[in-house]
Design a protein around this ligand. Structure first.
Ligand code: PLP
Length: 479
């Protein structure tokens, strides 16, 4: 029993999906077969699935109802009009291009605005965002504040942009080579850490004075708005939807993965204020996604997304409950001694694998190994957010070595209950108690792009520490 505050669910349950835990021996076989990569596990072999909050949300009865009236016309679909109207109303951007998911919008935007030699600053990289920038010939430059790289820093807005870093970049290079800055709000890779409205205002002023566009990565902007409401002194008491509109008004465009905030299972969009950019994006949409009135989505998907967006901001309780669930899990893990990224973020709890597995060097992929060990101990699936996710420099092929070496436990929206969260916290405690036995990993297969999704690993038999038990365990796992 925990005493931590958890808001009651602002919904009741109408449909259920059975889940079942398999035995530890079966999990051992499953993680071996998956090459120690939780992305390669079968979902039937997972008990509590915290791999991602992307597209794993439970839809409301209204969203399901709207799916029945989806207009599946190839062109001029009424469902697109509903989506466009919802985006305009919730975020305030003028023009909307639908895409199959967030990376579709990132692809189109990168193709429209980036030329070889361009530099795109941002508040920490995101995997797909940076890859599309690189594939378009650009280079990503991190301008997030230093505190973001320190899991112990208590800074309430670790997603903030360091304006000195940004200014230095603009002084060092030809400004025409900086087409835009991307602002992730909150910053996924930093631990779901938010950006303050004040910082966004400063970034916006700085960039607008220099003709640099500000592009919001809006995947979880509603969660960021809630964290602003909680943490930014002069924003307490304002409705989330008003804070969100203020955030968007300080930016020129957004790329959106609607699989996050919008309670949808699929979908995304690019929204912009500039008509010329809209025309070009609309044209590329027809090349890569589908006609500009469906962008790779069925009419019913666009309806579910539009309703999800309206719902997400209609009452602050939705996002408040979600974040209270994340905080509840965070508090429970902290109480059990698990090293975590501080402060608690919006969509997930991030476990600090460096301090969890102090005997595993970064070159042996501690967060990858820890995510596999957590699965083995309790059937809970999280994912690596460390050196494996960071990948390699496209030119030198050297591995990026991020300071943060994390396992992310992301909470799907409206899916799990308090007792599931308690089970997860107890499960991680088991892993914590046997942490010394957990071996590092080596690659056995490394894909070229976004390697974390499809890579395969094998345990390294421990010798340096001479632990017989550890070595025996590693052998057991290989066999
Ligand atoms: C999920 C995500 C994306 C990419 O969106 P997809 O829908 O997965 O293609 C981009 N940025 C952030 C911050 C995300 O979390």
């Amino acid at each position: 029993m925990s005493t931590h505050e958890l808001l009651p669910e602002p919904y009741k349950i109408k449909v259920i999906e059975p889940i079942q835990a398999i035995s530890r021996a079966q999990r051992q076989a499953a993680i071996d077969a998956a090459g120690y990569n939780t992305f390669l596990l079968r979902s039937d072999d997972v008990y509590i699935d915290l791999l991602t909050d992307s597209g794993t949300n439970a839809m409301s009865d209204s969203q399901w109802a709207w799916m029945m009236v989806g207009d599946e016309a190839y062109a001029g679909s009424r469902s697109f009009e509903h989506l466009r109207d919802a985006v305009q109303q919730v975020y305030g951007y003028r023009y909307v291009v639908p895409t199959h998911q967030g990376r579709g919008a990132e692809h189109i935007l990168s193709k429209c605005l980036i030329r070889p030699g361009c530099v795109v600053p941002g508040n920490m990289y995101f995997t797909t965002t940076r890859l599309h920038q690189e594939l378009a010939g650009g280079t990503f430059v991190d301008v997030i504040i230093d505190e973001a790289h320190d899991p112990d820093s208590q800074h309430p807005f670790k997603g903030n942009v360091d304006l000195e870093k940004l200014e230095k970049l603009t002084l060092e290079m030809d400004i025409s080579k900086i087409p835009y800055i991307t602002i992730g709000a909150p910053v996924n890779m930093a631990g779901g850490q938010p950006v303050s409205l004040e910082n966004l205002r400063q970034v916006s002023e700085f960039c607008r004075a220099r003709g640099i566009r500000v592009v919001l990565d809006a995947a979880r902007a509603i969660e960021n708005a809630r964290l602003i409401q909680e943490r930014e002194a002069d924003q307490a008491g304002r409705p989330v939807k008003d804070i969100l509109r203020d955030m968007c008004s300080l930016t020129d465009a957004c790329t959106m993965s609607a699989k996050k905030d919008a309670f949808a299972n699929i979908g995304g969009f690019l929204a912009v204020n500039d008509e010329g950019l809209f025309e070009e994006a609309k044209n590329l949409c027809a090349v890569y996604e589908g006609l500009h009135t469906y962008g790779g989505l069925a009419g019913r998907d666009m309806e579910a997304l539009a309703q999800g967006l309206r719902e997400a901001v209609e009452r602050d309780e939705w996002v408040a409950h979600r974040i209270s669930q994340v905080r509840y899990l965070w508090e429970n893990l902290k109480e059990r001694g698990i090293p975590l990224v501080h402060p608690c973020g919006g969509h997930a709890v991030f476990v600090d694998a460096r301090r969890f597995l102090t005997h595993v060097p970064q070159s042996h992929y501690p967060a990858q190994s820890l995510s596999a060990a957590i699965y083995l101990d309790s059937g809970v699936r999280g994912m690596e957010r460390g050196i494996v996710s960071a990948g390699r420099d496209p030119e030198t092929r050297q591995e990026h070595e991020p300071e943060l070496e994390l396992v992310r436990l992301a909470l799907p929206r409206r899916v799990y209950t308090q007792s599931h969260l308690d089970f997860v916290a107890d499960g991680l405690r088991k892993t914590w108690l046997r942490r010394d036995e957990i071996p590092g990993l080596k690659f056995v297969f490394e894909p070229r792009y976004l390697r974390f999704f499809q890579a395969r690993f094998a345990p390294i038999a421990a010798k340096a520490r001479g632990g017989k038990r550890e070595a025996a365990l590693a052998r057991g796992k290989q066999g």
